[in-house]
Structures are given as C-alpha cells and as structure tokens.
Design a protein around this ligand. Structure first.
Ligand code: AMP
Length: 549
C-alpha cells in the first residue's frame, strides 16, 4: 500500500522560492572584489537568479550542461548556485588555487560550457582561455566598468555578469524534474592520478541541507547571521548557501579578504553569530584579535573542520572569547557533512575540562550518515574499543562513483549487499558514538585546509637527473598545519643541493605547492608490494623543523 502524500521532487530551486516568500527582506551582505560592501536581500537575490537562469538559456545552456565558477564567496556566486542548478544545469565550482594545467584538465574533463569568474582571476582566465576545449563563454562576475579594457581584450568574446542580468526580466518558472538529476560538481584530488569529480544531485543536496541545519549539526536558524569563511568552491561552502535559504538566516560573504582584520570587521559590523572554516583561517583571525585586545560581541559559535582542530584552538575560543567550537568532519565525497561534535545530555554535567576533551573529537554521525570502522580483514570493530580502524560511511549524500566512472567502483560491499564508501581515514569510535580521526591512510598533504598531491611533487622530483627516489610527506607547520617535506635518495655518484631541487619545481606547479624543505637519506623504506612506506617516513621526520620564511 502506498502512502497518500504529495509527490514533490526535492529540488534546489525550492530553497530560493522558500527564502523569497518567507524571508524576502533578510539581508545578504558581501565584501566585493570591486572593493565595497554590497547589500542585497533574498527577494532581490531570487529575482536576479531567475534572470540569470534566463540568461543561461539564452547562452544555449541546457539541462545537464556544466557551468563553471572560479569565484570567491559572494552574492553573485550564490545567485549562480540557484540559477545554474535550479534551471537544471550543473554548477561546477572550480578551486582557483589549482595550477592552471589542472584547471584546464578539470574544465575539459567536466566539459564546462560557460565559465564565470571573479575579477581577481582575470590573469588566470587569460592564461587558460585559449587552452580549454569546451568552454564557449567566459563571464566576468562584474559590470563592464570594473573590467580594464586591456585585460578584457585578452579573453575573446568576454561577457559581463551584470549585462546578462540586465538583459532579462525575472518572469521565469523554475522547471520541475527528477530529484535525482545532477545539480553540482566538485573535484577532489585523489591520492593517485588526476582529480576526480563528485557529482551531487538535487535530492542529495536537499537531504544534506535539512540535516546540516539541525540543532545538533550546524545549528542554524532564521535568527542567525552566518559568515562562511570556507570557500564556495570547497564542497559548496559545506552546504551553507543552501542552509541559508532553508532557514532564512542573514548571510555575510567575505569575498577575497580572508585576513584577520577584514574578517573581524565583518564579524562585528554585521553582528555575525556563526561562522565556519578550516583551522588555518582561525589562526589568522585569533592572532589579530588577541594582538589588538579585541572581543567578539555577537559570534557565539564556529564550525571548524577540513583538518583536525587543534585542542589549543578550542580552548582559546572558549576561554578567551566565549565562542563555542563545533568540530566537524566530512569529505567532498560526503557533500561534505559526516559528523559534528555536539554534546549529549551527559556532557552538560561534565566539567569544562572534560568537555574540551570531547570537543577535540570529530563528533557523532548526523542523521543520514551511517559510519563504522573495520579492521584490516574488513571485520567491523565495536564502538567503544581501543582499536582504530578504517572508517567507512554510507548514506544518501555519499558518492557511489566518481564522475565518468573515474577510478572504478570505490565502494566496499558488506555481507548484506550494502555499499560503503571507504573514507581513507583511520578512526576510533567511542561508546557514545563519537568518532576521532587518528590518522589518514591517504598520503596527500593538507596545507591550510587545501590538498597538495604528494605524488605530483614526487613525479617532478623524480624527473631530476640526480634523484633516484623521492617521497613527499606532510611535515607539521605552525601556520599551515602541514607543508610538504621532500625526502630524496640521490643516484649513486650524483650531486644536487636542496636549493637546486626546490628551484626545479619553478613553473611546474602552483608556487604554494613547492616543498618547504628537502632532506637527503640513504634509503626510503618499502613495503611488501614495493610501495614507499610513508607512514614510517612521517614518523622518522615528525620532529623535523621546516624553515619558516
Ligand atoms: P576534503 O574532501 O578536501 O574536504 O577532505 C576530506 C578529508 O579531510 C577527510 O577525509 C579527512 O582526512 C580530512 N578532514 C576533514 N575534516 C577533518 C577533521 N575535523 N579532522 C581531521 N581530518 C579532517
């Protein structure tokens, strides 16, 4: 017997329709790359999204076509979240910090048709515009007056965002279609080979949005003022631009200015109540606030994830600023939310000291995500044990395969036939269900919340005539959490210096990917299958002091 309830597909457009109808005057404030603070409302944002949806159709964008962005957090980017996905196309948020060669690779792989970009990225776009295969239109996310004619001339057929919006009216009905249709695409760097695409659907995004907004998850409401520092190109700013419309919260977007002073000004001027970002960003903000003897007058909680939040940071936020840290864990493959470290009733009776210990864990699964840890034989380990295991997850906003089937089937199937995604993280789960990452089996390096592909770096080093073997590992860094350390075995009789090797990276990768240091060793430990045992190297160099510039 079937239920007798309305059949309405879960579509991203319903979020903006809701926000326009129920929170029309609520503000969206953005620090623009043009230099000013821009203010708009959900009503205006919804109207401009509809106009942009019409403009996309006029540019020939059809359902399922990929439309890319190279952009900071701002209202135009949010308009594209709704205009592109809402009209049935797929929003591909590109990480502008990638090397131009990688941007060309993923734009080609995604078969992007149109690419929208913030003015900051004009030189980058000028460098890649002649090299991509499928991009038909390049759109500067500004008006004509702000784009220098000289720079514009370097991009053939350049279009301007404000021209496109101005040319349309907002009479547009969001189309209805299968909720399983693709809505957005995000590339993650795998440990081997090229970045892989994770293709979200309208359904997965809506379910993730419901769960993310819950009190024990990101805890957002209409009364909040949310400032996502996490970029809109990093797993859709952890879903916050969608949570915004679901709740009717005021949104504050920081644009390109992510330094402590600029962020603090926005926090205070806009009376931000909740924020979200990787630990590195908060280091800069805390340093600024502490150095200037400042306090947060409105911010009461912040979500920290992407890398483990250092326990000292939890305490500084709590003890000095009365800001509660919500430690969260997730992945691009998980839309991204998996766990949030919010308390259960028993914790409320504990001392602050005991609570800080809980808060250092990555937290408990949000409803919708099931997780388990398994041993090397794939046997599930019970919650509450001492052993760590490989962390597997399952749920309706977790990837089943990468875009275009890249890398084959990533899932592990259990005895009941259920698919589980192996996260690559190694974790413990306590008796209360709180998960703590103890290690990660992947060897990529996370600098300031951004991956650096160790294999790419090794491949370059190995191309040097004096290098016999090279391993790139993460070494602890006071500012960026981790930076690459290159471990090298020289060819017999060959000579090369640290400086010569580092100079060898120039022009081959994005500058910030260059290793911070090189150490020369006689041999690199190898495992049974001939793979370099980087865990052993990490252990060997865990106290290595990187040069600080
Ligand atoms: P990404 O897909 O770039 O978001 O990276 C996902 C990976 O980041 C996870 O598999 C973890 O290794 C790591 N990660 C994310 N959040 C945390 C956290 N709170 N603590 C430790 N590692 C984390």
């Amino acid at each position: 017997m079937l239920g007798q309830m309305m059949q309405q597909p879960l579509l991203i457009s319903t979020l903006i329709v809701h926000a326009e109808r129920h929170h029309p005057e609520r503000e969206i404030v953005s620090r623009r790359v043009e230099g000013d603070i821009h203010r708009t409302t959900y009503k205006e944002l919804a109207s401009r999204s509809r106009r942009m949806a019409k403009a996309l159709a006029r540019l020939g964008v059809k359902a399922g076509d990929r439309v890319a962005t190279l952009a900071w957090n701002g209202y135009r980017h949010m308009e594209l979240y709704y205009a592109v996905s809402g009209s049935g196309a797929v929003l591909h948020t590109v990480n502008p910090r990638l090397h131009p060669d990688q941007i060309v690779y993923i734009a080609d792989h995604a078969e992007d048709q149109v690419l929208f970009f913030d003015l900051t990225f004009l030189p980058l776009v000028a460098a890649v515009a002649g090299r991509t295969k499928t991009v038909r239109h390049w759109v500067a996310m500004s008006d004509r007056a702000h784009v220098p004619a000289e720079a514009a001339a370097k991009i053939p057929g350049l279009l301007f965002y404000e021209d496109l919006v101005a040319a349309e009216d907002d009479r547009y009905d969001w189309p209805s279609f299968d909720e399983n249709s693709a809505s957005s695409l995000c590339y993650t760097s795998g440990t081997t080979g090229n970045p892989k695409g994770v293709l979200y659907s309208h359904r997965s995004t809506l379910l993730h949005t419901f769960a993310a907004a819950l009190p024990d998850a990101l805890n957002c409401s209409a009364n909040d003022v949310i400032l996502p520092v996490v970029p809109m190109f990093h797993v859709n700013a952890w879903g916050l631009p969608y949570v915004a419309c679901l709740t009717g919260a005021k949104m504050v977007y920081p644009g390109a200015a992510l330094d402590g002073k600029s962020l603090y000004e926005l926090f205070e001027n806009e009376q931000v109540t909740v924020s979200a970002g990787v630990p590195t960003v908060w280091q800069g903000l805390l340093a600024y606030v502490q150095a200037n003897g400042l306090k947060f007058s409105s911010m009461r909680r912040t979500v920290i994830g992407g890398s483990a939040c250092p326990p000292a940071m939890l305490r500084t936020f709590g003890d000095e600023f009365d800001v509660h840290v919500l430690h969260a864990w997730g992945m691009t493959e998980m839309s991204p939310l998996g766990t949030v470290c919010s308390f259960k009733p028993a914790h409320l009776k504990q001392t602050q000291e005991q609570r800080y210990e809980v808060m250092a864990k990555q937290g408990r699964a949000v409803f919708g995500v099931d997780m388990k840890i398994v041993d090397e034989a794939g046997q599930e380990l019970a919650f509450g044990g001492e052993a760590s295991g490989d962390l597997l997850v399952s749920g309706p906003w977790i990837v089943t395969e990468y875009f275009k089937g890249e890398g084959g089937n990533p899932l592990v199937t259990d005895e009941a036939g259920r698919g589980w995604f192996p996260t690559g993280d190694v974790a413990k789960i306590d008796a209360d269900g709180y998960m703590q990452i103890t290690d990660r089996s992947k060897d990529v390096i996370k600098s300031g919340g951004e991956w650096i592909g160790s294999i790419d770096l090794e491949n370059i080093a190995m191309a040097h005539p004096a290098v016999a073997m090279a391993a790139c590992i993460a070494a602890p860094h006071p500012k960026w959490d981790e930076r690459p350390l290159l471990v090298v075995v020289k060819k017999p009789g060959a000579e090369v210096t640290r400086e010569e090797l580092l100079a060898f990276f120039d022009g081959k990768i994005a500058k910030w990917w260059t290793p911070d240091d090189v150490v020369f060793v006689d041999a690199i430990p190898l495992g049974a299958t001939g793979k370099m045992q980087k865990n052993k190297l990490r252990e060997q160099f865990k106290d290595h002091k990187l040069p600080t510039a």
